[in-house]
Design a binder for this molecule. Structure first.
Ligand code: NAD
Length: 432
């Protein structure tokens, strides 16, 4: 099939290369000329394992362009995968989605199925159907469908090629037929619903995972107060198939481009309908507090960070991505800087993006050793493999004052015993 995609971010680009891998001819469109220039060189503008390999492998079935008119004109299917960031009031900013819809409507010259892959509030498909119909320039039929995305950054290609499910919200048999054709090469179960239910499946799923994280974080906080170990507790809980072991890792809260905004957007939507969704409200509040947990713990060691060397390991919101959106580091490092700390930071992939936010305020290091040398305290914000595999005996050897505050439970407590460090993590006993 001829498929066009609006947006070459984490979702649009990964979707594009995976659909090309399955044999479709795909045109990826972006308004960002730099991204398209990179892609035309065979390079991925986002760090995501496997993308560049799939671009190279399917080069003859992939086109990258800013010329949306040419891209949408004759496409059989056009997928909207642009961003839906958070507005100040917590609702979803739909301006990029609406703009893409107008561009598609004005360009198409044949019957098309428009697929909304961006995460959009329930009812947005209806709005887009109206926008499209109002802006069509040719006598063509454009069916609007919902097909939310469930990939995780860091494993996006793998998740897309082996998705847990494909959710499709359609309002006509013709749209269903076309979507079945798009996903013919995929083995997963296709769940067919109406458009609004598909939109709701996305929010309900993401918000449930956020809730699970906030729940385990609260249990972790209680573990600290009663001297229990959250790792053992989570393991014991997760073996129950009704609960499941995933998303039970206690830490300094969720970040990223989805959970924070999708919880707030659903909360906003519920309020808009005069309903308070209490569980999600609690998940948001718990997460906000959790993000500052390490800073609060550090107060028992120092009244102020003024003049201290502070080491930070991990800047991205999770490992294996270069994405900083809503990463705990963005909330914590400014507190350290404002208090007069000298901050040295290490992140294997996220540094270039962090430099765009803090070009000179932070000293960036090439290695963990360089970061922790002479440090008065060390904060761990992201559980990168290289950090988890670090030789922990070096903390005491290199730091001026070996206090390690680990927001991701990177190390086993037994491993930290007798290392000459003060080691605090989340939901576990302090090692001194
Ligand atoms: P992103 O910010 O990485 O990418 C969005 C891209 O769209 C940008 O490159 C931007 O330049 C481009 N764009 C904006 N307006 C455009 C237009 N009119 N035409 C063409 N391109 C345009 O966003 P993302 O992380 O890929 O997320 C996209 C959507 O998918 C969001 O709604 C998000 O909630 C959802 N989602 C994201 C993830 C994830 O892990 N990132 C997972 C599931 C769902």
């Amino acid at each position: 099939m001829r498929i066009a995609i609006a947006g070459t971010g984490y979702v649009g680009l990964v979707t594009g290369v995976c659909l090309a891998e399955k044999g479709h001819n795909v045109v990826c469109v972006d308004t960002d000329e730099n991204k398209i220039a990179w892609l035309n060189l065979g390079r991925s503008p986002v760090f995501e394992e496997g993308v560049e390999e799939l671009i190279a492998k399917n080069r003859d079935r992939l086109t990258f362009t800013t010329d949306y008119r040419a891209a949408y004109k004759n496409s059989e299917v056009t997928i909207i995968a642009v961003g839906t960031p958070e507005k100040k009031d917590g609702s979803a900013n739909l301006s990029y989605v609406f703009q893409a819809a107008i561009q598609i409507a004005k360009s198409i010259e044949r019957d098309t199925v428009i697929v909304i892959k961006s995460t959009v509030p329930i009812g947005t498909g209806d709005k887009i159907a109206k926008i499209v119909n109002d802006n069509l320039c040719h006598r063509v039929n454009a069916e609007v469908t919902a097909n939310p995305e469930f990939l995780s950054q860091g494993t996006a290609v793998k998740n897309t090629l082996n998705a847990s499910r494909i959710v499709v919200g359609v309002e006509s048999e013709e749209a269903e037929r076309v979507l079945r054709e798009v996903y013919r090469g995929f083995d997963q179960e296709m769940i067919l619903t109406d458009r609004k239910s598909a939109e709701m499946i996305k929010y309900a799923s993401n918000d449930f995972l956020a809730l699970k994280i906030s729940y385990i974080n609260e249990i972790a906080n209680l573990c600290e107060l009663v001297d229990a170990n959250i790792n053992d507790v989570a393991y014991g809980m997760g073996l129950d198939p009704r609960i499941g072991g995933s998303f039970l890792q206690a830490g300094i809260g969720y970040g990223g481009s989805c959970f924070p905004k999708d919880t707030k957007a659903l909360h906003w939507l519920a309020n808009f309908h005069d309903y308070e969704i209490k569980t999600i409200k609690a998940a948001i509040e718990v997460n906000e507090n959790q993000k500052l947990k390490l800073i609060k713990k550090s107060q028992k060691y120092y009244d102020s960070f003024y003049g201290l060397n502070v080491a930070v390991l991990g800047l991205t919101f999770k490992p294996n991505t270069d994405d900083l959106r809503d990463a705990p580091s963005l909330q914590n490092i400014p507190i350290l800087l404002d208090d007069g700390a000298h901050v040295k930071a290490f992140d294997p992939i996220g540094e270039p993006n962090y430099r765009k936010v803090f070009p000179t305020e932070v000293e960036y290091c090439e290695s963990i050793e360089e970061t922790i040398t002479d440090a008065d305290i060390c904060f761990i914000f992201t559980e990168w493999g290289v950090i988890k595999q670090f030789d922990v005996s070096k903390f005491a050897q290199l730091m001026k004052n070996p206090i390690v505050l680990d927001g991701r439970n990177c190390y086993d407590l037994n491993q930290m015993k007798g290392q000459g460090v003060v080691y605090e993590s989340i939901g576990r006993r302090t090692i001194v």
